[in-house]
Every structure is written in structure tokens, then in C-alpha cells.
Design a protein around this ligand. Structure first.
Ligand SMILES: [Ca+2]
Ligand SMILES: [Ca+2]
Ligand SMILES: [Ca+2]
Ligand SMILES: [Ca+2]
Length: 220
């Protein structure tokens, strides 16, 4: 069973300023030298400690949903809201490929957020075997009139596979420190979507991790 450190969140989220920034500069430099990206230049699954076809499908479906929404997008329209100063846990973007004369494209967002049925308290509140799990949600006009949303993935592990969040150590050696269970990185005009999903099977928490590099509309 996966072991966890659960007394590590104190103040972390409240102290993590949501800094909106143009994507390329900071995160690109963060990931450019990463051995992780070097080993994952294309779609890949790796470090599967224990898995199942169902878990593989869940991770793959989530990546498909992200890729479908990002491929038509101009990278220049993407901004990242950096939640934990490692992987971006929210990206906002608009469509710029629509015919002229159309109304302005609404702002879309892809957000990694807490599962509303399992508060961030170190307890498995909903009894599904995962503690404080996350989910991936697509929004249109988030927080504004006419907001629409769709949950794209549930059961994202709180921490990325092999990582313990909050100890300032890159436990899994992927070049990123204290990353949570899913997020977005940027490299060479592409977006890298990373996700660890988990589920309880016979009182064992199985996990599967996937990284997918997505070329956007104007990626060279
Ligand atoms: Ca909880
Ligand atoms: Ca849970
Ligand atoms: Ca790491
Ligand atoms: Ca760590």
C-alpha cells in the first residue's frame, strides 16, 4: 500500500500565491534541463508500480481530453496559473483560429482541483481508498456569468507518483520538486500534461502515471 505523509500541507496552499504568468519563460527554464522530459519526448507511460488496464485507460482518456482541447490553440494564448510553483495546476486559453466576424472566443481553463467529496485534510473522506484526491476540470468563463464546466478525470493522486509534497526534495527524481498528482509543463512550444491516477483494489492503492506532450496549433 502506498504510504503517505499527511502532516505536510500546513500553510502550503494558503502560502502559495496564485501567480498568473505568461507561460514560456519560467516553466520552460524549469523543465528544459529535466531528465524527465528528455526521457519523455513523446507520449509515454512509465514507472508503473502496479497498474491495471482500467487505470491505464483512465490516464489515457484524461490526456486525450486535454489534447483535444489544446491542439487548436495558439500557444501565445495560453497562460498558466502556478499553484505550487512547480507544475502549473491551471492553464487558461482562448481559441484564435475561429473565422473573423465570430464573437470573441470565451476563456477556457483546465484546472487541477481538490475532489469536492474529499477535503484536503489528510483523511479519505469519501472512502474510496485515496486520500485527498484531485480531479481535472474543464471550464469555460470560469467564475463568470455563463460558466460551464465538465469533469474530465477523477481519482488523481494527491501527490505525483513517487513524490512527497512539501519536503522541498525531488523524491522521484523527475526534475520537479513537490509536484502534485497532475499538472502542466511547457517546453519548446509544447505543453506536457502529467497525471498520476489511483484506485483501491483489494485494499491496495494501485497507481498509474502518464506524461503526454501535446503540440499546439502553431507548434513548429
Ligand atoms: Ca480528505
Ligand atoms: Ca478519497
Ligand atoms: Ca519530483
Ligand atoms: Ca518532494
Amino acid at each position: 500500500m502506498r504510504t503517505r505523509t499527511i502532516q505536510r500541507r500546513d500553510g502550503k496552499r494558503s502560502g502559495s500565491l496564485l501567480v498568473e504568468a505568461v507561460v514560456a519563460a519560467g516553466l520552460l527554464s524549469l523543465f528544459a534541463g529535466s531528465a524527465y522530459l528528455a526521457a519523455n519526448s513523446a507520449t509515454s507511460s512509465y514507472r508503473t508500480r502496479a497498474s491495471s488496464a482500467h487505470l491505464v485507460e483512465r490516464a489515457s482518456n484524461a490526456a486525450d481530453e486535454v489534447a483535444e482541447r489544446l491542439r487548436p490553440v495558439d500557444i501565445a494564448s495560453v497562460t498558466a496559473v502556478v499553484g505550487n510553483l512547480t507544475l502549473a495546476e491551471q492553464i487558461d486559453f482562448t481559441r484564435t483560429d475561429l473565422p473573423s466576424g465570430n464573437p470573441p472566443s470565451p476563456v477556457q481553463s483546465l484546472v487541477i482541483e481538490s475532489d469536492p467529496y474529499d477535503a484536503d485534510d489528510g483523511v479519505d473522506n469519501d472512502g474510496d481508498g485515496l486520500i485527498d484526491e484531485l480531479r481535472l476540470v474543464w471550464y469555460e468563463n470560469r467564475g463568470a456569468v455563463g460558466e460551464r464546466s465538465l469533469v474530465l478525470a477523477n481519482g488523481i493522486t494527491e501527490d505525483f507518483e513517487g513524490e512527497i509534497v512539501g519536503n522541498l526534495i525531488d523524491d522521484n527524481g523527475n526534475g520537479v520538486t513537490d509536484e502534485r498528482g497532475a499538472g502542466f509543463a511547457f517546453a519548446d512550444g509544447r505543453i506536457v500534461f502529467l497525471i498520476s491516477v489511483g484506485e483501491n483494489q483489494n485494499d491496495r492503492v494501485l497507481t498509474h502515471t502518464l506524461a503526454r506532450t501535446i503540440a499546439l496549433r502553431n507548434t513548429p
